[in-house]
Design a protein around this ligand. Structure first.
Ligand code: CA
Length: 433
C-alpha cells in the first residue's frame, strides 16, 4: 500500500526525552500528526490525576502516541525489514495504527468512563471511520485503509503479527508508556533494556517473538511493569484525586438532573449527562475544558460541588485506610450511619476504591486479559511460552493482586466541633479501634 504523497522531501524529527528523536519520513504520518483529532491529544494527560502525586507527570497522550509510533517504526525498519516472514506491504498500516491507537481517549478517561459508561476504544474506531480529518488522510491510501487501521487497533485484523506489535504483552504501547511514565514521574522503576529487546525481536507468522538470548531483558521488562503498577499507577494518593474527580462528575450530573441553577452552566457536559454524546461533542472535550469548570464551580452555591472542586484544584485530597470488603462491611455501614448523623453525605465522602493488576499471563482463552503471551524463539527454532522457561516470570504469572482502600475527608471530620460524640466514634472506627 502506498500513499499519494509518498516520502517527505526531508525527514522531520521531534526531540523526545525518552527515545531522543522521533523520525518521520512518510507524508501520511506527518499529515496525521497535523490533524485536529491528533493535536487534541496534547490536551489530555497520559496519567490522569497522577500529576497530583508526581508533579512531573504532566506528559500527554500526544507524547506517548509519537513514542509508540517510533518504537514500531524501529522494529519494522531496523529489525524486520528484509526478513522473509515480514511483509513490507504492512508497514504503513502498522505505523498508522501505532500512532492512532489512543486517539479516542478523553479527558481523565478512567473516571469519565466509569461515571458516564463511555468507551474510549469505541471512540477510537468512530474517529478513524467517521467524518474526521484523520479519516480523510487515511482514505488517500485506499478507500478501505481506515477500516484496516481500525481493525488492527481492535485486534481483529487478519495478520496477527501486525496486531501483536501494538497489542500483546510485550508491545510498543507498553514499552513506551513504562519508560515514559518512569521518566516523567522520576521514579527509578520502569527502566529496562529496550534496545536489547528490539534487537532480538523476530517476526513469525502470528506474532513477534523474542530470541531466547534476550530472555533476561524481557524478565526485567515484566518486573518493571509490575513495579510501575503498584508504585505509580495505583498510587493511593493518585486514586484519592481520582475519587474526588469522579464524585465531582457524579454531583454535577445529579444537579443537572434536578434542574439546579448553575452559575457556570455545564454546556460542554449536557449531552454526556443525558447519555447521548455525539462524536463531534466528544472531540470538543479535553482536560482544559474540564479544569475550566472545576475552577469555576468552586464558587457554586451547592456546598458539595464547591467543596469537591476546591479539593481537586487545591489538592486537598481525601485520607485513606486499608479496607477489606469481606470482613469490614459492618464497619462501613456504621460509618455510613455516623456520617449521616454528622451531616456529611456518605455518597460523596465515604468511598471504597479498588485496583487490581495481572502482571503477566499465559494464554487462557475467554479471560479478561486477552493480550497475547510472550513467546521465546529457542536455539532449535522451537517457540516456547515465556513462563515455561523463566522461573521469575512463572512465579508471578496469572496472579492477580487486588487492593482496596477506604477514602474519607479527615479535615471535615476533625471540624465536627458541635458533634463531639459522633466525631469520636467516626475517628475510632477509622483508627480500627
Ligand atoms: Ca497507549
Amino acid at each position: 500500500m502506498t500513499y499519494p504523497g509518498g516520502k517527505l522531501n526531508e525527514e522531520k524529527v521531534f526531540k523526545d526525552p525518552v527515545h531522543r528523536y522521533i523520525h518521520v519520513r512518510d507524508t501520511i504520518i506527518w499529515e496525521l500528526i497535523g490533524t485536529a483529532e491528533f493535536q487534541r491529544l496534547r490536551r489530555i494527560r497520559q496519567l490522569g490525576t497522577s500529576y497530583l502525586t508526581f508533579h512531573g507527570a504532566e506528559h500527554s497522550r500526544f507524547n506517548h502516541s509519537l513514542g509508540v509510533y517510533e518504537i514500531v517504526r524501529r522494529i519494522i525498519d531496523d529489525v524486520f525489514r528484509d526478513r522473509p516472514q515480514w511483509n513490507e506491504d504492512e508497514r504503513l498500516l502498522c505505523l498508522c495504527a501505532a500512532l492512532l491507537h489512543d486517539l479516542g481517549h478523553g479527558p481523565f478517561s478512567h473516571s469519565f468512563e466509569k461515571v458516564f459508561h463511555l468507551d474510549h476504544e469505541a471512540f477510537t474506531q468512530a474517529i478513524i471511520l467517521g467524518d474526521t480529518e484523520v479519516n480523510r488522510v487515511l482514505r488517500k491510501v485506499k478507500h478501505d485503509f481506515p477500516k484496516k487501521v481500525a481493525e488492527v487497533i481492535a485486534k481483529t485484523y487478519e495478520n496477527k503479527l501486525v496486531v501483536s506489535l501494538i497489542s500483546s504483552q510485550i508491545d510498543a504501547d507498553r514499552m513506551d508508556y513504562l519508560q515514559r511514565d518512569a521518566y516523567y514521574t522520576g521514579v527509578s522503576y520502569g527502566h529496562f533494556d529496550m534496545e536489547r529487546i528490539l534487537r532480538v525481536m523476530r517476526p513469525r507468522e502470528d506474532q513477534a517473538v523474542i530470541k531466547y538470548s534476550g530472555m533476561h531483558a524481557v524478565e526485567d521488562y515484566i518486573m518493571s511493569r509490575y513495579q510501575m503498577y503498584w508504585q505509580v499507577y495505583f498510587h493511593p494518593v493518585t486514586r484519592s484525586a481520582e475519587v474526588i474527580l469522579t464524585k465531582i462528575l457524579h454531583r454535577a450530573k445529579e444537579l443537572h438532573q434536578k434542574y439546579y441553577e448553575f452559575k457556570y452552566q455545564p454546556v460542554h457536559f449536557y449531552s454526556i449527562f443525558e447519555d447521548e454524546i455525539s462524536l463531534e461533542e466528544y472531540l470538543k472535550l479535553d482536560e482544559s475544558i474540564v479544569m475550566f469548570y472545576f475552577q469555576a464551580w468552586q464558587e457554586e452555591d451547592d456546598a458539595i460541588l464547591a467543596d469537591l472542586c476546591r479539593r481537586f484544584m487545591n489538592r486537598n485530597l481525601f485520607k485513606y485506610i486499608e479496607f477489606n470488603p469481606n470482613s469490614q462491611m459492618k464497619m462501613w455501614m456504621e460509618l455510613n450511619t455516623l456520617f449521616k448523623k454528622a451531616g456529611i453525605n456518605p455518597d460523596y465522602y465515604l468511598v471504597v476504591d479498588s485496583s487490581s493488576d495481572l502482571p503477566y499471563d499465559f494464554y487462557r482463552p475467554g479471560e479478561e486479559e486477552e493480550r497475547l503471551p510472550i513467546h521465546l524463539l529457542m536455539p532449535n527454532d522451537e517457540v516456547r511460552e515465556l513462563s515455561r522457561q523463566s522461573e521469575i516470570v512463572e512465579a508471578i504469572s496469572g496472579k492477580k493482586r487486588t487492593d482496596h482502600k477506604l477514602y474519607f475527608p479527615q479535615d471535615l471530620i476533625e471540624q465536627l466541633s458541635s458533634k463531639r460524640k459522633v466525631k469520636e466514634q467516626i475517628l475510632n472506627l477509622l483508627k480500627g479501634d
